[in-house]
Design a protein around this ligand. Sequence first.
Ligand SMILES: Nc1ncnc2c1ncn2[C@@H]1O[C@H](COP(=O)(O)OP(=O)(O)OP(=O)(O)O)[C@@H](O)[C@H]1O
Length: 778
Amino acid sequence: MPAYDNHGATISMEDVRPAIPVGLAAKRREFQTQVSSVTFRREQAVCVRNAFKRYGTKSNPNVILDGLNMTVPKGAIYGLLGASGCGKTTLLSCIVGRRRLNSGDIWVLGGRPGSPGSGVPGPRIGYMPQEIALFGEFSIRETFLYFGMIAGMPTEEIVKNAKFLETFLELPDPQRYVKFLSGGQQRRVSFAAALIHKPELLILDEPTVGVDPVLRQNIWDYLVEITKGGRTTVIITTHYIDETKQANVIGLMRGGRFLAEQSPTELIRRYQAETLEDVFLKLAVIQNRGKRRRSSILADIVDKVEIPATANPAPAIEESEVGEISGEFGDNVSMSSKGRVVVTPDCAPVEMPPEEIRHYSLYEKIKPMKWIHMKPLIWRNGLQLLRNYGLLAFIIGLPMLQMILFCVAIGRYPSDLPIAVVNNDVNSTELLCDFNQGCAQNPDTWEWDMSNFSCRYLHYLHQRQSNLYYYRTTEEALANAKDIKAWVVMTFPTNFSESIRQRMVDSRDILNSTVDSSAIHMHMDNVNKQVKWMLKKDLAEAFLDVLTNMSVACDLPERVFTLPANIHDPIYGLKMPNMTDFAAPGVILTVIYFLAVALTSGALLSERNEGTLERSLVSGITGVEILFALLVVELVVMLLQTIGVMIIAFVVFDLSQNGPIGWVVFLTFLAGICGMTFGFVVATLCDTDKTATYMALGSFLPMTLLSGVIWPIEGMHDILKAISIVLPLTKSTEGLRSMLQKGWSIDRPSVYWGFVITTAWIFLHLTASICLLKFKKG
Ligand SMILES: Nc1ncnc2c1ncn2[C@@H]1O[C@H](COP(=O)(O)OP(=O)(O)OP(=O)(O)O)[C@@H](O)[C@H]1O
């Protein structure tokens, strides 16, 4: 009688495992006569029916599971074998509730994985993924404490189990950090972590890779030992076919289904083989029979292998279902063939009796955060950060460093700008030529003596910009402008001083040629608008300096020659506004925001890539708990970052700070939280580090440009203005600027809108990431 008829309707435990105690075996024999029912399926450790799973799109599907049936009796060791890439891991992740089938049914320990109250994912399962999936900064003992705490075990019990496993698996000193262990040692720690809470269902994805033969045998002996009582069931995938002889049932997967699901002894008996590897070789040959033989080597093998006449009565081969199959079984047998997909007649959909309907409370459905999960998660995040001194110093120091760079590099007035001077006004090759220092007005005639006016002007210009170069002719100056990188070439015409005098005293009868020669001729470098703008201001103000000085020297009121405008103290801001003060609020928020994006998305993605996220989720932790635990630890980091940045900006560089410091810190902090939550979105949306980096970087520049950080939004196009207003950093930058420079508080609209919009974005990001976590699964 077959151990399993691949339909799930009947199952024999006769040859499932000789080691099962007589009582238990006898009890299980009762299953023989049971018909397939929901009750029966719930009584199995795992029962899969008509499972269909594909990756990719409907139009271009990659079908992994294609009507697969699987029955894992309670208390059995189930060896799941199949070629690399045939879908073992996919099947396991559907069993543990991490992926959803496209269609079909799965029962695990009596419930549907992922349904409220099923305990799956959760502590009923122990999962060892293919990757090491451990935290490198943890010691061996801390690793066990973490996984034990998640399963809700008391510390004493964790320590007791840990001590046993450390001895049994010959682990090194429990205080050693996981990152310093060898690959094999890490694998053993990973194995022990799956066992620490003594789960009912143990799922091991290739646990014996990199483990020496003696220890491998010990592991198998241990698995046999823990399944003896019938409380624990093990599903194990491996590439070492021979080690599965100790399994009770072996499922051989190929083409999205099982070729066989029987006990090893039954398989050996049925195929009249010496070893399990022989069985698989024969099964492979059966599949290749009747097919186009591709290589002479394969043909050779196929011809030489003797197949018993009765071999494999179950599988029927449908001519229409021919598919490409390629892969390896174990270390020794390999096949690559264009093969028919073997179909078992029992795989037809089963008419299911109605399932028991249970109503779950909203509380059960929402799966709120549990303290037994949050505590180890927060502990883990904190410990990981504290152990990583370099990273911790970097993430706290980087915003401070960026602030220092900003204050030193941005907003300072450009000085020592090279200026080429050609002076045809005086008969001197001296750049700073002499002029009358006293009053230039004759006290008797009230006539003005403007001789050497160019020298007077150059004297005051030199006090503002000292890098002046003398040239004889304009042509020579222009030719050399490139070498000295001159920002302006200025030429004083012949008779400049006399023309100025005539312009002042006799403007009614002045000739055009005189007006012309009373003006300095300037050729400017217009490439850099900021520099040109500031240089023009210096050139104009040097002229005002001359007039002020002349009026003072002649005892005239100082303001007679200045602009006829009285500029009083500003309503807001400094008397001499500077770019640093204008840009500082936006820069502070941008630095904190984007560092938080990078940190959060980086932490989550590396956790996912290392497999630790998957492991935590299988052990029952929810994505929301992971996000909030990260939030708690990063809030502390962000507080330190904010305080550091504030000290640099307002204490060290003395930037304007007239607002309520509490609200200033709070708004900065809020922008950081907003960045963190955007990091959640990036991490949940992107599957790889690369796409996450592109997304974070891609959002950086538009956000900085459109948020009024470096240029007033009043100068933007109307459409961009409308977009800019709803961005997370625009209103907060405006709010922070209003607080710092105008001294306003939360009662002013421009301040409170900063808080409102930032908070709205936080909720939007959180909702988006939680939805993505829920719906992106599988
Ligand atoms: N997230 C995914 N998106 C698309 N394809 C995937 C995804 N995960 C796995 N696959 C594909 O599904 C197939 C089955 O993968 P799976 O990891 O389940 O195989 P496996 O039998 O566990 O392989 P191995 O023994 O090498 O671990 C592979 O072709 C793989 O490329």
